[in-house]
Design a protein around this ligand. Structure first.
Ligand SMILES: NC(=O)c1ccc[n+]([C@@H]2O[C@H](COP(=O)([O-])OP(=O)(O)OC[C@H]3O[C@@H](n4cnc5c(N)ncnc54)[C@H](O)[C@@H]3O)[C@@H](O)[C@H]2O)c1
Length: 435
């Protein structure tokens, strides 16, 4: 099929390259001319494992093209995916300005039989809104579908190519069949292709993210309680996880969730609820709990230094909101850095992929180390914020030699507290007794 993808971010670029890799002819459109120029040169502007190779292979094969020219991307396309950002507005609702601007700009270029598909996470009713807006612009009915994306950054290609399920929201079975054909190569293992209304499909995406965020906030609250009750969250987690009604997924305590999806989607669903006169009590609590959780590491560090951070040298391992990505949107590390700098601390950070994005925000107010061990030179303490594989089995002897204070605040529970005590560290994890 001939496919247009609008927006070449984490979702659009992965969607475009995976669809090209399954034999489609894909043109990706973005308003960011610099991004498009880099992609045309074969440079991938984001870090996502496997993406560079996929872009290179399909660009060379002539199946994947990049442009800033709307007509060039849309006029031949049988299916047009919208994958632009839908960030939070001031009141928490989804800001759809980029999406509406795309709808307006593509309208006159659409083929009569083209299917416009929202891959961006959009509030319930947006597909219907796009149908109305396109009709008003070009005077005829257009085929619009919802197809939310469930990929995880860091494993985006695998998730796209082997999805647990594909959800589509359509008004006609013909449109459902077009999307079924497009996704067939990715569903060979019989994972389900679920067809529903656009409204249910739009809702499904928010509910999936809101439930995952709820699990995280729940276990974080319980972890904080464990710390004050001489209980250990890992024991409790094992104790509940083996219950087949509960399971283990997404029940790891930490420094709070971040990224471009959970925080904004929880708030957007809450805004939709309020708009319909339904009190979003759980969603509000999930969000507030997460804001508080992002402060926990900073609180522990401040308390350790008696409330005075002036001149304290804090090393940070991990800046991305999760491992295997360079994405720092809403990352807990940003809150921690703000807090430490405001308190007068010196911060030296290391992340395998995300230092460029943090430098764009904090500039030289933060020191950037060449490696994890280098970040520790002369540090009064270490804070671990992202669970990159590199941090799991470090050279503890070398760490001890390089650090001035042998204190670790671990926001991801990477180590065994007893082992850390035996190695001569003071170790503070989440939901465990400090040693
Ligand atoms: N990132 C994820 O893990 C993820 C997962 C599932 C769903 N989503 C959803 O997918 C959508 C996109 O997310 P993302 O992380 O890829 O965003 P992103 O910010 O990485 O990318 C958005 C892209 O859209 C481009 N853009 C903005 N306005 C445009 C316009 N008028 N015309 C053409 N291009 C335009 C931007 O330049 C940017 O390259 C969001 O709704 C998000 O909620 C994201």
């Amino acid at each position: 099929m001939r496919i247009g993808v609008v927006g070449t971010g984490y979702v659009g670029l992965v969607t475009g390259s995976c669809l090209a890799d399954s034999g489609n002819s894909v043109t990706c459109l973005d308003i960011n001319a610099d991004k498009i120029a880099r992609l045309e040169r074969g440079e991938v502007p984001i870090y996502e494992p496997g993406l560079e190779e996929l872009v290179e292979r399909n660009s060379k094969a002539g199946r994947l093209k990049f442009t800033t020219d709307t007509a060039a991307a849309i006029r031949d396309a049988e299916v047009v995916f919208l994958a632009v950002g839908t960030p939070p507005a001031a009141d928490g609702s989804a800001d759809l300005s980029a999406l509406w601007s795309v709808v307006d700009s593509i309208a006159s270029h659409l083929r009569p039989e083209a299917v416009v598909v929202t891959k961006s996470t959009v509030p319930v009713g947006t597909c219907a809104g796009i149908e109305r807006r396109l009709k008003a612009a070009i005077g005829r009915d257009c085929r619009v579908a919802s197809n939310p994306e469930f990929l995880k950054e860091g494993a985006a290609i695998e998730d796209f190519q082997k999805p647990d399920r594909v959800v589509v929201g359509v008004r006609s079975s013909e449109v459902g069949d077009i999307l079924r054909t497009l996704y067939a190569p990715f569903l060979r293992t019989e994972n389900p292709f679920l067809v529903m209304s656009p409204e249910s499909s739009e809702m499904t995406k928010y509910v999936a993210n809101a439930l995952l965020a709820t699990k995280i906030s729940f276990i974080n609250e319980v972890a904080n309680l464990c710390e004050r009750m001489e209980a250990d969250i890992d024991d409790v987690r094992r104790g509940i996880g083996h219950d087949s009604r509960i399971g283990f997924a997404f029940l790891f305590p930490g420094a709070g969730y971040g990224g471009s999806c959970f925080p904004k989607d929880v708030q957007a669903l809450a805004a939709m609820a309020r708009d319909k006169g339904v009190a979003p009590r759980i969603l509000a609590a999930v969000h507030d709990t997460n804001l508080a959780q992002k402060k926990v590491l900073g609180d522990k560090i401040a308390a350790w230094f008696g409330g005075d951070l002036v001149g304290k040298h804090v090393a940070i391992w991990g800046l991305a909101f999760k491992p295997r990505t360079d994405d720092v949107r809403d990352a807990p590390a940003l809150d921690l850095i703000e807090r430490l700098l405001a308190g007068g601390a010196l911060v030296t950070a290391y992340d395998p992929e995300a230092m460029g994005n943090v430098r764009a925000l904090f500039g030289d107010r933060v020191g950037y180390a060449a490696g994890p061990l280098e970040a520790l030179d002369g540090a009064d303490c270490l804070a671990i914020v992202t669970e990159w594989g590199d941090f799991r089995r470090p050279d503890f002897d070398e760490m001890r030699r390089r650090m001035k204070g042998r204190v670790i605040f671990d926001g991801r529970n990477l180590y065994d507290p007893r082992e850390m005590r035996d190695r001569g560290f003071s170790y503070h994890a989440i939901g465990k007794q400090p040693v």
